[in-house]
Design a protein around this ligand. Structure first.
Ligand code: NAI
Length: 333
């Protein structure tokens, strides 16, 4: 069986890192046919839309997409294509597994946690207005329905992936209604999962704990704003945005993506590190049930990072092509 997957190359270094990823996957024997579709700045220039309808339709048809980074022009032009993608396809879960790589030296070892972010509500609902001249407000939206939906996803995820604990994060002390509702929905749904440990932690306690002892966390469930910040902080614990995968997942559709941006400073120079997109593609293979191919690529990543060939952002001198060739060479025979 071959899977058809929508591929959005994206802007800046996007075409370089997605091409490198496709090469490694092909060499690893991933049964994938890519359907390349436009997205981001190049799509906006060509079609007047950063996320054209045919691209969305392709993802809906294929159920799975892989996406390079998309540029969002500062000061306007169009609204973020990433936000459009999440909203239109109702990709309500931001999924970011964060694991220490055995061969990458960082301050902490043995980090193995998962950040799950509610993608559709909270302050990012974008309801902002000026109530009197000089006074502006933003609404923090929290519905019980969205809270229950993501809590159910988190517990099912923990159950199927053999995770032992899910922790909900909040600032209930200052936001008893909104954050309180999110925590209540979590425990309500959690009652159906008595075999999974469940607890809650305030955002400030979590921040301290992550910096001091990140090894003690397992699955973390957060609202939109907290999740946005903590997912990047967590990536920093294991080596940064270049070495963590990410995905946005809905009821029927999942889009896997690099969590870094378009890196305009190095775009087109053959220097970009393809690991973040490649690791997202590995997560995609896991999601499809292609565990064997995913494990082969994971083994190659570990093996490659243990050697001297690395891109500049990881302290090496290799370009994208040399690094990609090493990843292919190091695939288990
Ligand atoms: P950035 O992540 O593109 O760059 C920050 C720094 O990290 C730069 O020095 C860059 O060279 C480096 N870097 C990033 N990815 C790298 C890789 N794979 N290999 C080697 N070095 C890498 O963040 P920035 O500059 O804030 O954003 C640039 C553009 O990207 C903006 O238009 C922004 O809107 C967009 N962006 C898109 C995202 C997405 O599509 N998911 C996420 C973040 C930013």
């Amino acid at each position: 069986m071959r899977y058809r997957v929508t591929l959005i190359e994206g802007d800046g270094i996007g075409p370089e890192v997605t091409a490198a990823t496709a090469e490694v996957l092909e060499a690893a024997g991933a049964p994938i046919e890519w359907e390349k579709m436009p997205g981001g700045l190049r799509a906006f220039e060509a079609f007047g839309e950063p996320m054209p309808r045919p691209t969305l339709d392709s993802i809906l048809r294929n159920k799975v997409g892989l996406k390079g980074p998309l540029a969002t022009p500062k000061g306007g032009g169009y609204r973020s294509a990433n936000v459009a993608l999440r909203k239109t396809l109702d990709l309500f879960v931001g999924w970011r597994p964060v694991r220490s790589l055995p061969s990458l030296v960082t301050r902490h070892h043995g980090v193995d946690l998962v950040v799950l972010r509610e993608n559709t509500q909270d302050l990012y609902a974008g309801i902002e207005h000026e109530i009197t001249p000089g006074t502006v407000v933003t609404l923090k939206v929290s519905t019980a329905e969205a809270g229950r939906r993501i809590a159910a996803w988190a517990f099912e995820y923990a159950r199927t992936q053999g995770r032992r604990r899910v922790t909900v994060v909040h600032k209930r002390s200052v936001l008893p209604r909104t954050d309180g509702a999110f925590v209540d929905a979590f425990y309500d749904v959690g009652a159906n999962y008595p075999f999974i440990q469940q607890d809650d932690v305030s955002l400030d306690d979590l921040s301290l704990g992550l910096v001091q002892e990140p090894e003690r966390f397992d699955v973390l469930l957060l609202q939109n704003l907290y999740g946005d910040i903590i997912s990047d902080l967590a990536a920093g614990l294991v080596g940064g945005l270049g070495v963590v995968p990410g995905a946005n997942v809905g009821k029927h559709v999942a889009v896997f993506e690099a969590v870094h941006g378009t890196a305009p400073d190095i775009a087109g120079q053959g220097k970009a590190n393809p690991l973040a997109v490649l690791m997202s593609a590995v997560l995609m293979l896991d999601h499809m049930g292609e565990r064997r191919v995913a494990d082969r690529v994971r083994a190659s990543i570990d093996h490659t990072l243990a050697g001297p060939i690395r891109t500049g952002d990881l302290g090496g001198r290799a370009g994208t092509a040399e690094f990609t060739a090493a990843l292919i060479d190091n695939l288990p025979r």
